[in-house]
Structures are given as structure tokens and as C-alpha cells.
Design a protein around this ligand. Structure first.
Ligand code: BGC
Length: 762
């Protein structure tokens, strides 16, 4: 660690060229070093679900071999745990691996909002809900950084598809930007202080993220107080000098000196203030020295791959979501006659493709886990190809014949690698038709059927009514098979919950008409109505709602209480609820809190997810869960005042098992300072004037002047009903008094009234 003075001292000895050279990488993963001036280099590596450290040939898409490492479950599954502590533990484990391998910064977590089920990188991302994404990411960042290793929260921001990822512009309202897309980053930045933030490739409302002053300086640094370094996504820089001025610290990977030279020239020509460069180098050297010292003190850290494989197994079991379990078919009894169909039981699909791809130290599939546990009397048929959509009659027949003989048939299905990956988006939400055919045929022949799924984002499930149980395993990491064994045979009870809605069909998704947009423009026309916020507002049926997941036990929710029924917007509200395990096995429950918004003129979702706690309960055990809500739990982003606003009114505090299964609710009245204009003019309408308590009496008096009680002709009474008359008055601007009051109101009257009300609100 070096003091600020020491760093400044080093900078004072660097030439302009040397300073510029530090603003970009030396290679794919290393920063530059200038040993003769005392500047060391550091290494960064992907991220986020394991260490993709490339010692030899480097690339950003996982094409060349990296060191053997441990692959943990993908982000999609980690979010489904709804377990902050667990994600923190995964972060700590990765932090230790980084220390042992001398990696200074791990490139994760990836937290972009799941706007469409089609985004190719949804497996890496966390949720459709910003609160969940933000809370989970905060834990990951804290976990990694507790080992004095940096994180790089990515991809900042509004990077929700892979199509044209270097050029497309995500066009959205300020409100959707703040409430949905930025909120996933805001919590971790404010509360966990990631060492770095990785800016995304795309444009936001036309401006590249890498050179976007509003994003990187005004919001990230000025609003949220970020003090770390912004790193470009690999190759995201277009105009290096503009990017530097607007807040991008480090360009990655190397630009072979070309962009460094542009910085030098800009300083020489007076287009770039050298102070900006010096401040940037200061920030980069601070990161370098903090990290470098830790790397040199890493002797206590070892990367025990077997031990970490076991951690990955424990974590994976909590990522699985039990979607259906007719007649409590699961867990299975080991004495049953079991048939296993599906290639993924043998060669599981457990991770996504691209920069997150891990070179695994070992892989355990379900059949391996059965063997390891002495369960050898299981019949297996491959059923279909794990890599292509190619129906094979013989494989299907073989599967049907073993299913017929068994008490229960497990079908291990899902999406092949080629169906979802970094770099491109999915075109549809279907599973390969060959798999669907095998599921249809086998479930007809089998006595009981369990479908075990391996996929990184929602799929359509035409088989949902034809099978008894469905276990969603997402991409469960390299120990997936052992974790499946633990859940399927009941050593553990499933406790994952969906971090995203499964729509019935792709066309139901709110982004459907605008994904992936048109050429370089994608309009976020659904605005804040992403995921359940949309399906709820539209009262649509979904396949499985946000927050959904079954368990092997039952829970009773009771005794909801609030610390107060009346609060001010700045008060904290405590919410308590008692949860009892009324079933016969120990299990974890995710207690979910939603705020049902009060009825105001502001367009808002029906309810929003604002709290969750995961608790473990033994049979018969009761625990009290406590939530703390604050202003932000009730607020929306008001573009007029560029701030978070809580409309006064009655809100429902809802406690539920998922977004469509609210069990208890209580209301709270909130008072708040209303957002009122600071002046009115000729175009202000009556309704807005009457809404302002400071002047409503004056307004009523003024309306009286317009002679509303005059006698009406028969024709007028016939043609204009009361509602129309009322609407006519409420929606009329002040200036229209001239035309519609039979000459009773003139410009002088309007001017006099405006003066009076503008004085009253000063
Ligand atoms: C990805 C990043 C990744 C980087 C380095 C980029 O293509 O978008 O997520 O960290 O490559 O591999």
C-alpha cells in the first residue's frame, strides 16, 4: 500500500508517454508495469462463476485454455437461491482462489436486468428485478473483496442483449433507467464499494457507455459516490480521449499503444488537460498498489479444488427450483425402480459459453453421483443428442422401453450449449424439438415422470401438464450431479425460487415487440414494466411467477405486524412475521415482501419486490422474520424533480411465497412532502391547480367567477352530460377561460389570478 503522497511522487517522475501508457492494458489480462519507476502490474481475470485465468494464450471468449478451476453455479441459479449469505460465501471462495493465483480483480458479478428471456447472457445475469439483483450482487462483491481482491461489477449499463452488442443503443426513459436498469448497480456500488465497474459495449440513448459522462461521472461518481476505477469491457473503447475525459479509467485489453498515443497527442495539442490524465493515473496506481501488496502477501492462500468442488455442490443444491411436484412424487425412494433418460444425466450442461467459461477441475453428472453413492441399479437411456436438435428414433425407443419397466422415470433435458451463449441472443424460447418429442413419448409410457432441466433462462414447457414433477436446475456448476442427487433423493429439500417470470410463451413478454430492436436502436417501450411488473399490471397468466418455488415441507405464515400504521416518508418501517415449518422435513423458506403501491395519479406497478429473508426451519419450528423498509422501498423516480419521490397515501405491505401468492398483508399510511410546481402559467389546467393544497381555495373562488351555475338551455343539457362538463372544466387550461365563460373571464382576470397564485406558492 502506498500513501497518496508516495503515489503523487511516483507520478511526478513519469513522462507524459508513461502516464498515457498506464491508461490501457499491457496484454489481455495484465496492466502495464514500469519497474524502473516503481510501478508494478496486476492481473485481472474472468469471472464471475469461477476463475478463468489464462496463463498462456489469451482471449476474451474462452477459446483458449485457462487453468483448471472450479465452476460454481451460474448467476441465474445464484439469484434463485435468494440467499445473500450463500452468494457471499461463493464470493469469499473465489476471492481465496484469486489470492492463491495472484489475480487482483475478478471480472464479476454480472448484474444486468433480464429484460427478455432471449438475451444470450441471461445465464450469467441475476434477475428481472433490480432489488433482488442489487442485494445478491452486494453480497458477492463483499464476499470477494473481504479477501482483498477486487471485483468488476458489469456491464454498466443497460446491456440487456447480445445482438449488435458493440453498437446498439438502448433507448429508454430516465425513470426506467433509474428504477430498473441502474438500480441493480446502485446498491452494490453504494453499499459494497466494488474496486472497479466495467462499462458495457452498448450505447445508452445514443451515447456509448465507455464515453458517457452522464453515466460514468454524473451518476456513478457524483450521485453514488463511486471512488474506484471504471474499466472498459474488452474492446468497448471508441474515442479514448473522450472516454478519459468522461470517466473511463482503464482501457482493456491492450490497444498496442495506439490509444495511449492519442492521449499523448491530445495533451500536447491542448485538447486534454494533463491534470485529468494525472488524476486518472493516480486512481489507477492506487488500485495497482492496493492489489499488488495483497498479491505479495498471499502465502496463506491455497486453491484446494476438491474442497471447492464440495462447496460448489452445497451451493448448487440451493439453486434448484422445484416447479411442479404432483402427489409429492419427489423426493424419490432409493428402493424404487428408477429409469433415467436424457444425455444430460451423463454429460450435464452446467455452465454457459463465452468469457465466463471455466476449465473445470472435475465434473460430476447425476449418473456419476448415483454411482458414487452406491446406487447402481438404475437403467439409463440417452434419449437424444445433448448438442443438437436431431431426433433419433432408436434413442427414443430405447428410452420408452426402460421407462415402461420403471416405477419412475427421470428425464434430464434442457438447452444445448449452442442455444444460449455470450455473443448472440436466442431466437425463440423453445427447447430442441427432439427433446420435446422424447419427453412426450416417454411421459406417455412411464408410470411417473420427473423432468430435470438444465438451461440458463426461461423456456416454454409444452409438457407441463403431462409430467408429474419438474425440477429446474439451471446451469448448476461442475458439481451439479451430486447436488441433483441430494435433492432428488431428499437429503436436502429444494429451496430455490424463480428470480424471473417464466411466461407461457415468448409473445407474452413485455419486450417482445422491441427485442432486439431495429438495426442499432432498441426502444425500451415497456418502460418500467419489466417482468412481473408487466404481467401483474396486465393481469396475465404466466407459466411460473417471479418468486415461485416448491419445497418438500409446508410453511405457515402468521402474525404480520408493522412497527407503525402511520409513518412519514423518511421513517423506517419495521415489518415482522412469524413463519412455522408445519411439515415433516427441515427446509429453507424464502419469505418475500412486496409493497403494493398506493392509488395515485402516478403510473406504477401493482406491487414491487422490496424485501426477502431466507430462513431454515426444522419441523415444528417457528421463527420471526424482520424486514426494514425505508423511503426507497416506497419511492418512484420522478423525472420532473430528478429524484426519488414517495406519493402520500396508503400502501399495502404484502408477505408472500411468490409474487402471485400473497399470504398476509397490512396497510401503512405514508405522509410525504408533495412535489409541487414553483410557478403556474396560462397553460396550466384546472385539475393541476386544484391538486395544489396551497392554492386550492383560491382556485375554487376563481372557478366561481366563470359562472358555472348559469341557467343551461335544453339543447345544452341534452348534448353535454355532467361528466363531460366536469372533464371540460378540469382539463381546461387557464387561458381557455376567455372562450368558455361567456365573456366573464378576460385576460386581465387571468393575469390577476396568476399573479395571486404564483405569489401564494412562493
Ligand atoms: C465480456 C466481459 C468479459 C470480458 C473479458 C467481454 O467480451 O463482455 O464480460 O469480462 O470480455 O473476458
Amino acid at each position: 500500500m502506498k500513501s497518496a503522497e508516495e503515489i503523487r511522487e511516483i507520478i511526478s517522475k513519469l513522462t507524459l508517454e508513461e502516464k498515457a501508457s498506464l491508461c490501457s492494458g499491457n496484454t489481455f489480462w495484465l496492466t502495464k508495469e514500469i519497474p524502473e519507476k516503481g510501478v508494478p502490474r496486476i492481473m485481472v481475470s474472468d469471472g464471475p462463476v469461477g476463475l478463468r485465468k489464462q496463463d498462456n494464450i489469451e482471449d476474451h471468449l474462452g477459446m483458449n485454455e485457462s487453468i483448471k478451476a472450479v465452476c460454481f453455479p451460474a448467476g441465474v441459479g445464484m439469484a434463485a437461491t435468494f440467499n445473500r449469505e450463500l452468494y457471499g460465501k461463493m464470493g469469499e471462495t473465489l476471492g481465496e482462489e484469486c489470492r492463491a493465483e495472484n489475480v487482483a480483480v475478478i471480472l464479476g458479478p454480472a448484474v444486468n436486468i433480464k429484460r427478455s428471456p432471449l438475451c444470450g447472457r441471461n445465464f450469467e445475469y441475476l434477475s428481472e428485478d433490480p432489488y433482488l439483483a442489487s442485494e445478491m450482487a452486494t453480497s458477492y462483491v463483499k464476499g470477494v473483496q473481504s479477501k482483498h481482491v477486487g471485483t468488476s461489477i458489469k456491464h454498466f449499463a443497460v446491456n440487456n442483449m447480445e445482438t449488435r452488442r458493440f453498437s446498439a443503443s438502448s433507448n429508454l426513459s430516465e425513470r426506467a433507467f433509474r428504477e430498473i436498469y441502474l438500480a441493480a448497480f446502485e446498491g452494490p456500488v453504494r453499499n459494497a464499494k466494488p474496486w472497479t465497474v466495467m462499462c458495457s459495449y452498448n450505447r445508452i440513448n445514443g451515447e456509448l457507455a465507455s464515453e458517457n459522462k452522464y453515466l460514468l461521472t454524473d451518476i456513478l461518481r457524483n450521485d453514488w459516490g463511486f471512488e474506484g476505477n471504471v474499466v472498459s469491457d474488452w474492446g468497448a473503447v471508441s474515442n479514448r480521449v473522450k472516454a478519459l475525459k468522461n470517466g473511463l479509467n482503464l482501457e482493456m485489453p491492450t490497444s498496442y499503444g495506439e490509444n495511449d498515443q492519442l492521449i499523448v497527442e491530445a495533451v500536447k495539442k491542448g485538447e486534454l488537460d494533463e491534470k485529468i490524465l494525472d488524476d486518472n493515473v493516480f486512481s489507477l496506481l492506487k488500485l495497482t498498489f492496493d492489489a499488488y501488496d495483497n498479491i505479495n502477501n498471499s502465502d496463506d492462500y491455497t486453491f484446494d479444488r476438491d474442497k471447492h468442488h464440495d462447496i460448489a455442490r452445497d451451493i448448487a443444491a440451493e439453486t434448484f427450483v422445484l416447479l411442479k411436484n404432483e402427489g409429492n412424487l419427489l423426493p424419490l425412494n432409493k428402493n424404487m425402480k428408477i429409469a433415467v433418460v436424457g444425455a444430460y444425466a451423463e454429460t450435464p450442461r452446467f455452465q454457459g459459453g463465452g468469457s465466463a467459461h471455466i476449465n473445470c477441475s472435475k465434473i460430476t453428472g447425476f449418473l456419476d453421483a448415483c454411482k458414487e453413492n452406491g446406487l447402481v441399479d438404475i437403467k439409463f437411456a440417452k434419449g437424444f443428442s445433448p448438442v443438437a436438435d436431431d431426433f433419433n428414433e432408436n434413442l427414443c425407443e430405447e428410452a420408452i422401453s426402460i421407462a415402461k419397466e420403471a416405477d419412475v422415470t427421470l428425464i434430464f433435458a434442457g438447452l444445448p450449449d449452442i442455444f444460449e451463449s455470450e455473443g448472440y441472443d436466442r431466437k425463440h424460447m423453445s427447447m430442441p424439438s427432439c427433446q420435446l418429442k422424447v419427453i412426450a413419448e416417454v411421459s406417455k409410457a412411464a408410470k411417473k415422470t420427473v423432468v430435470v432441466l438444465h438451461n440458463g433462462s426461461p423456456i416454454e414447457m409444452p409438457f407441463v401438464n403431462d409430467v408429474d414433477s419438474i425440477l429446474e436446475c439451471y446451469l448448476g456448476g461442475q458439481a451439479v450431479g451430486s447436488a441433483q442427487y441430494d435433492i432428488i433423493f431428499g437429503d436436502k429439500s429444494p429451496s430455490g425460487r424463480l428470480a424471473e417470470t417464466f411466461p407461457i410463451r415468448l409473445e407474452d413478454n413485455p419486450s417482445y415487440l422491441n427485442f432486439p430492436g431495429c438495426k442499432n436502436n432498441v426502444n425500451y417501450a415497456e418502460d418500467i414494466f419489466v417482468g412481473y411488473r408487466y404481467y401483474d399490471k396486465k393481469k396475465m397468466n404466466v407459466l411460473f411467477p417471479f418468486g415461485f418455488g416448491l419445497s418438500y415441507t409446508e410453511f405457515k405464515y402468521d402474525n404480520l405486524r408493522l412497527s407503525s400504521e402511520n409513518i412519514n416518508e423518511n421513517d423506517e418501517l419495521k415489518v415482522l412475521v412469524d413463519i412455522t415449518n408445519t411439515g415433516s422435513v427441515e427446509s429453507k423458506e424464502v419469505v418475500q415482501l412486496y409493497v403494493k403501491n398506493c392509488d395515485t395519479k402516478v403510473l406504477r406497478p401493482i406491487r414491487e419486490f422490496k424485501g426477502f429473508e431466507k430462513i431454515s426451519l426444522k419441523p415444528g419450528e417457528t421463527k420471526t422474520v424482520e424486514f426494514k423498509l425505508c423511503k426507497r422501498s416506497f419511492a418512484y423516480y420522478e423525472e420532473i424533480v430528478k429524484d426519488w419521490v414517495v406519493p402520500a397515501g396508503t400502501y399495502e405491505i404484502e408477505i408472500g411465497k411468490d409474487s402471485r401468492n400473497i399470504i398476509l398483508s397490512k396497510s401503512v399510511n405514508i405522509t410525504s412532502t408533495p412535489i409541487l410546481p414553483d410557478s403556474y402559467d396560462y397553460d396550466t389546467i384546472t385539475e393541476d391547480l386544484l391538486d395544489d393544497p396551497r392554492i386550492s381555495d383560491l382556485v375554487k373562488e376563481y372557478i366561481g367567477k366563470g359562472n358555472p351555475d348559469r341557467e343551461k338551455s335544453e339543447v345544452e343539457m341534452e348534448s353535454i352530460n355532467e361528466e363531460m362538463e366536469y372533464a371540460g372544466m378540469m382539463y381546461s387550461p387557464l387561458r381557455s377561460g376567455l372562450y368558455f365563460t361567456g365573456g366573464n373571464i378576460r385576460y386581465d382576470d387571468i393575469d390577476e389570478f396568476l399573479e395571486k397564485i404564483n405569489k401564494a406558492i412562493k
